[in-house]
Design a protein around this ligand. Structure first.
Ligand code: CS2
Length: 505
């Protein structure tokens, strides 16, 4: 898999490694921290140190550290030590390669000053989170990392990690479990809680985070639960930047530009947006001085982004994959698929969005096509297709539900959902296996195997997955019929012909 750490082997002429000593020797055109890294103290602990965090929040904070050295990041992986092992020897430094058609702009980011991996460094992580100098714990743990029930937003108390954390409260492994244990230690020490800053693509991500944390805290101890309920702030955020998984070709490109090896650079599009609800009782960095938008209510921004960008992304991922497109850029450049996505946005998603007063939704949609068609990004349809069961509820399902409530048609969302079902069978249109990555993957596969390739059986069975469709949609014949019809077409004609005939069929 491309998104794993790269072993630097001692080949014929191994290059030196990126680290603090190498900074001064980098070619002049390579950006680098303008501040004294040794003077930076830790104000933020980040959980989930994937490519997205490193290409988004860590970059804003890198800009900020030039003005205020109190917000260095200690970043922890929750499961896998790969990032710590790759960046540890680099003093936390890594390269961000911003890509568009015009070329690549490499920049070394220095805001992550320490790396931990929870399985090995759990005590050190908890100790750092309990330090009153740490005022923010931010998270990018993906949708499934919240251990919530997507259809209700409540803690999934049957989740294996949550059960583990209730049985082993001092050695937690889930993000909510780690946060609750750290909060317990702070409370014992008489310290205020840190602010929890959720940065995943979930609607009301802060509210979801607070709910699961408060519930888990209450299950451990009623007093702790009440304290978390009244004291913990968890503002909502909207995060946006397209960040494909790093490939070996990216590593080679970075090594060439830097003259030293970077075991794990990240790549991203030029566009970046971060909208943050202003609720930080113990203080926050002045992120608005480095491009973030601090607002009173994030929800309109979240829905606009989740339903337009992410909803369309999912349509292009499933249909694009079935049509044989490897990247989102190829899928978005197919005229028939672009027309379908345009119809989805204009006729189905836009009417459900309370557009923020200062936003120009038409310009936003035009800009999206340009971003998706970025020829240099190579964002794989397979990557966006991952974890559909966790992503679709707030993307296409939410749009379809609201349109049905308004008595409006849902053809495009239904086709996107049918394409997900077709993809989740695990076999493509030529009979080749699909590597379906989804926490519900095995269950979806079992449903598909039991139903067989028959839309009239498969669609209702998939719609019965309540985590995705709730209790209401399986009982709505308009929904079941629209999805079944779309899936029948996918089986009869294939994805390319179905998309081409969309609108006329
Ligand atoms: C994508 C997102 O993988 C996905 O599901 O839709 O990661 C998308 O690239 C980001 O949300 C863009 O901000």
């Amino acid at each position: 898999t491309p998104n794993t750490a790269h072993k630097i082997d001692g080949g014929a002429a191994p290059k030196a490694r990126l680290n603090a000593d190498a900074l001064a020797l980098l070619p002049a055109q390579v950006g680098r921290p303008s501040y004294e890294r040794r003077a930076v103290s830790t104000g933020i602990v980040h959980l989930g140190v994937g490519a997205f965090h490193r290409a988004h929040q860590a970059v804003y904070t890198d800009d900020l550290l030039a003005r205020d050295p109190n917000w260095g990041i200690t970043a922890a992986s929750l499961r896998n030590p790969d990032t710590r092992d790759a960046l540890g020897p680099q003093d936390g430094l890594y390269t961000l390669l911003v890509r568009d058609g015009a070329g690549d702009a490499p920049r070394v980011i220095g805001s992550i000053t320490r790396l931990l991996a929870a399985p090995d460094d759990r005590e050190e992580l908890l100790r750092t989170m309990a330090d009153p100098g740490v005022r923010i714990v931010s998270l990018t743990v993906t949708e499934k990392g919240y251990c919530h029930r997507p259809s209700t937003g409540e803690l999934n108390e049957d989740h294996a990690d949550i059960r583990h954390d209730l049985e082993n409260p001092h050695a937690p492994r889930s993000a909510p479990g780690i946060i609750v244990e750290a909060l317990l230690r702070r409370r014992k020490a008489g310290a205020a809680p840190f602010t929890v800053l959720a940065c995943d693509n979930l609607p009301s991500n802060g509210r979801v985070a607070k709910r699961v944390i408060a519930r888990l805290a209450a299950l451990r101890d009623a007093g702790l639960g009440a304290w978390v309920e009244s004291e913990l702030a968890a503002p909502c955020t909207m995060v946006d930047r397209i960040v494909p998984a790093t490939t070996d070709a990216d590593r080679a490109r970075v090594a060439e530009a830097l003259g030293v090896e970077d075991a794990w650079p990240v790549t991203a599009e030029p566009f970046s947006q971060w909208v943050i609800e202003d609720r930080f009782p113990t203080g926050r960095p002045a992120w608005e001085t480095v491009g973030a938008e601090i607002v009173a209510d994030v929800e309109p921004y979240e829905n606009m982004k989740l339903r337009l960008l992410n909803g369309s992304h999912s349509i292009m991922a499933y249909l694009g994959y079935l049509m044989g497109y490897e990247t989102i850029a190829e899928a978005a450049s197919d005229e028939t698929l672009a027309a379908l996505v345009g119809a989805y946005m204009d006729n189905e998603a836009t009417p459900t969005i309370a557009v923020p007063a200062e936003a120009d939704v038409e310009a936003y949609k035009r800009a999206l096509f340009k971003r998706w068609r970025n020829p240099a990004l190579r964002h794989r349809t397979w990557q966006v297709a991952m974890d559909g069961s966790q992503k679709l509820p707030q993307r296409l399902v939410a749009v379809a539900r609201e349109r049905l409530a308004a008595g409006a048609p849902i053809d495009a969302s239904a086709l996107g959902l049918a394409a997900w079902m077709r993809y989740a069978t695990g076999v493509d249109e030529r009979g080749a296996p699909i590597d379906v990555q989804d926490p519900l993957g095995p269950r979806l596969r079992a449903i598909a195997d039991a139903a067989g390739p028959v839309a009239e059986r498969l669609a209702p069975a998939m719609i019965g997955v309540r985590e995705v469709f709730g209790d209401d949609l399986p009982r709505d014949p308009r929904f079941v019929e629209a999805v079944t019809r779309a899936l029948a077409r996918l089986y009869d004609r294939g994805a390319a012909a179905t998309v081409a005939a969309y609108g006329g069929a």
